[in-house]
Write a protein that binds this ligand. Structure first.
Ligand SMILES: [Zn+2]
Length: 413
């Protein structure tokens, strides 16, 4: 058996205790993976696996799963509940924010997250970071950024974006010069932490939203929509958005439509769990946050029944939701809502990769990149075992998740 410190070669075999392949299918036990030139060449039962390889890595006490994607983060902001730090981060210059973002990416990598989709920040810092600090030749970490989100004057959204003048959303999207990865539109308010189930009116009409989706499409971009409540979600779904972010209290009819239209849902339920845990600091009512969370879990169970594609997004950066650790919270909630662990993992792997249109589908089957996470113990220790990842393989190259070889480098900027 090869020891863990040895580097990968062009060809090697791994004997693994358990394999969660990211497809949502059954967990495989006692498997032998053969890796060839950075790709998975074969997956077979351990006792019948290929034997021609010169090296076999013994991971019989470990579970393998694809690298994770967090489909909703705000990299410019820390998940602290310290309101003074939050206020300072909101308007900090890029020279300061880039260090914060590097720290957040390191934390994401530590829990096995190698790709994130950023939902926007007021100054477009995450987008600038993507361009100035992320060199694909040096780090495998992938960042997709919406830049600055769109909202209507006087409504929620100033923290993460800018206003679109009344009736001018589509024109504003068409005129955008920044090379964003997707368009982010805010189409409702925040969830009330005072009145359970309170719904806010939409920010944009169906006509405006349809024109906005068309304007984005003509630039080859999809649209992610922040929407809570029945009507704001219904408008976004009818207009043909790619994903509904949050979707608290959206109701079953919207979920049905999303299943039919293959529109992703990113429940960001960890935000409500965080409000329950940090209510003293933010001075809100923990009972309403708890009921919001329970209601969201009921919607998650309904979405599973209906076949809505769910992607894991944590809203990391929101109060109490830490970058990296947030994905463990969100996966735990999906499990508590009734998803078997392999289905919860699919939401953070194959589904996330499909939503972000990543070149690697984050599924561990023959012909796919040999990029995966190794955690100690059985699958039932997930997601908490993500807190102590043994190592990450990036196309067959093994490394510690804290390794500088994975990190972006902003030092020369
Ligand atoms: Zn967000």
């Amino acid at each position: 058996m090869m020891c863990l410190e040895q580097k990968s070669t062009d060809s090697m075999s791994i004997q693994a205790g358990w394999l969660i392949d990211g497809s949502g299918g059954r967990i495989q036990e006692h498997v032998r993976l053969r890796i060839q030139d950075g790709l998975i060449a074969a997956v077979a039962a351990a006792d019948t696996g290929p034997t021609e390889s010169s090296e076999v890595l013994d991971l019989t006490g470990c579970t393998l799963l694809p690298c994770l994607t967090d489909s909703h983060v705000h990299l410019f902001m820390s998940g602290t509940s310290d309101l003074k730090i939050r206020a300072a981060q909101l308007d900090a210059p890029f020279s300061a924010v880039k260090k914060v973002i590097s720290r957040h990416i390191a934390a994401q990598l530590l829990t096995g997250v190698t790709a994130v989709r950023d939902g926007g920040d007021r100054h477009g810092h995450a987008l600038r970071y993507r361009d100035e600090c992320l060199d694909a030749a040096k780090t495998p970490f992938q960042l997709q950024a919406a830049g600055r989100a769109w909202h209507t004057p006087g409504r929620y959204g100033r923290l993460i974006g800018r206003e679109a003048a009344a009736g001018r959303l589509a024109q504003a999207i068409a005129a955008e010069e920044a090379e964003i990865d997707q368009v982010k539109i805010v189409n409702s308010g925040l969830n009330s932490l005072v009145k359970f189930g309170h719904q806010t009116p939409p920010q944009f009409t169906l006509t405006e939203m349809q024109a906005a989706v068309q304007a984005a499409r003509s630039k080859g971009l999809s649209v992610m929509v922040h929407a809570n409540g029945k009507i704001p979600v219904e408008i976004a779904v009818s207009a043909g958005c790619r994903s509904i972010e949050h979707g608290f209290f959206m109701g079953k009819e919207n979920l049905k439509q999303m299943a039919v239209k293959d529109i992703f849902w990113i429940p960001t339920a960890a935000t409500m769990k965080a409000y329950c845990d940090h209510w003293k600091r933010v001075g809100e009512n923990p009972d309403v946050a708890r009921r919001n969370l329970e209601h969201q879990m009921e919607q998650i169970a309904a979405a599973r029944e209906l076949g809505v594609p769910i992607a894991v997004g944590t809203d990391a950066g929101s109060i109490g939701v830490q970058h990296g650790r947030g994905i463990i919270e969100e996966l735990t909630i999906l499990k508590q809502a009734g998803l078997p662990i392999q289905e919860a993992i699919r939401c953070a792997t194959a589904n996330g990769a499909r939503l972000l249109n990543l070149p690697d589908p984050h599924v561990l089957t023959p012909g796919r990149p040999a990029s995966f996470i190794v955690v100690d113990g059985k699958p039932d220790r997930l997601p908490h075992s993500l807190l102590s990842i043994k190592f990450i393989s990036i196309r067959g190259g093994f490394t510690n998740p804290a390794s500088s070889r994975l990190q972006p480098d902003c030092s020369n900027r």
